[in-house]
Design a protein. Sequence first.
Length: 303
Amino acid sequence: MYTKELEQIARNHEMLLHLYADDSQLYCSFKNEKFAETERRLEKCLEDVRSWMIHNRLMLNAGKTEALVIRSKHDRTPGPANIQVFGEPIDLVDSARNLGVFFDQRLLMDKNVSHIIRVCMGYLNNLWRIGDKLDRNSKIRMVNVFIHSKLDFCNSLMYGINQDQIYRLQKVQNAAVRYIHRRKQWRGITLLRKNLHFLPVTFRIIFKIGLLMYNVVQERSTGYLMDIINKKQPNERYHLRGNDDATLLRKKSIKELDVITERGISVAGPAIWENLPRPVREAGSVSQFKSLLKTHLFRIAYD
């Protein structure tokens, strides 16, 4: 409630606002030719935010303010070098950290993948040192806590990225499997991973998106997801089999896909959800859905 007025300030300048603890983001979409106009709106919005903070005895730290312009990888037009904030130029950064995830200018997620690998391999090096003092179940718990927690954190953002990056993440999980079995060689890693009931990285991403869509269908999700993902309405003109399925979500049309990338949750989510078996989509609880979804994905991954 204390920061409620900030939402109105952002709305007055046609900006969107995300707040999480002491981390705040202002963002908007614009075309290349509208950059100057967007920059003016952003500067005015930040001036109003700073005035509000001064009034409430707070301080906006301009030194920690970062600006990132995210563009399509197919957009080759030269972009701006900086933006004006409080009358001073702030250089645009190549990547910015947002709630622990590194976003780059093309949303390739290369830097974020490299960060995950560096952290996980550091944990694995330490775990190998105490590996002979732990039993198998303890090792599995350690891998879930230190490795899978990093691989799964915001992993829905990894959907659709270059397969080379997915392979790099998969090598981290394979290294964790070898640690549990105390094996140095790479041969037979798929069977070892299957015996541990570990979903591969690609299917862990699909699992996360499927869970998000389940919460949308059950109307338990966050407001911004509910706003961009809608349930599919039955066709009143024709009697179709899908009319009886209340769990289906509306897919984006081809025309809308020209604007929204296929990696977007509003596009990828309904597409993944539609491919799930109906008994999985109609699960009566979150725990039941997780169990059915993992079983379904496990069969696809290893059968």
